[in-house]
Ligand binder design. Structure first.
Ligand code: GRF
Length: 214
């Protein structure tokens, strides 16, 4: 079974969606460790409730970014994690972790990349006036939300949407495509060729959800 490590900074609803997918039998992986940079992250309560080991690792306890991410990599390796899942980890991951887990770190972003990378992807979409937005699961490289795209889900954006209403609509899709991407990875169905991610078995798998415009 694939061992996964999760990094989260906040409320952890995506972390919960992964836990639920495992407990419901949809996802056959094991979460071996939750790491958070935030002692107040609600994700910690979720880990405790589900018997998942957790560590609070704060950047300010390290001399620099390299030392911080080397330590995180060491803790993940100690638990034999083979995939690192960024579930609302609010930092740009350092190269020390990326080098140790090449093509083995995935992130969820609340916009249709390459549009609206960085913070507040939902607000950026509302302010720009796009008619469609969504979420993206992608591999993590040293840029900000620039790695190869694994899967995306689209949702409509209405003229009276606020950051909150759009975030809620997108979040429902996040909770579907993130466990799904992990499942594809666990089944060995994901191949990276340059910028392109090939999902073996189905062309339709590339877009999981395309909700009707109602
Ligand atoms: C999500 O919107 C995710 O796309 C972004 O951060 C948020 C985390 O939410 N990267 P949660 O902590 O999983 O509830």
């Amino acid at each position: 079974m694939l061992n996964i490590g999760v990094l989260a900074s906040g409320r952890g609803s995506n972390f919960q969606a992964i836990i639920d997918s495992i407990e419901g039998g949809y996802l056959k992986v094991k979460i071996v460790l939750l790491i958070t940079d935030n002692p107040n992250a609600y994700a910690i309560e979720r880990a405790k409730k589900h018997g998942i080991a957790h560590l609070i690792i704060k950047p300010k306890d390290f001399s620099d970014k390299d030392a911080y991410y080397s330590h995180i990599a060491k803790e993940l390796k100690a638990k034999d994690a083979r995939l690192v899942v960024l579930a609302g980890f609010m930092r740009v991951v350092g190269k020390k972790l990326i080098q140790e887990f090449q093509d083995k770190i995935i992130n969820i972003h609340p916009a249709l990349l390459p549009s609206f990378p960085g913070l507040h992807g939902q607000k950026q979409a509302v302010d720009y006036g796009v008619k469609m937005s969504g979420c993206t699961v992608h591999f993590v490289d040293e840029g900000v939300d620039t790695g190869p795209i694994i899967i995306q889900a689209a949702v409509p954006v209405y003229h009276d949407d606020t950051e909150e209403s759009l975030s809620e609509r997108i979040l429902k899709q996040e909770h579907k495509i993130f466990p799904y991407a992990i499942k594809l990875f666990a089944e060995g169905r994901i191949k990276v060729e340059g910028r392109k991610v090939i999902i073996e078995g189905s062309r339709e798998d590339n877009i999981l959800t395309n909700p009707p415009l109602i």
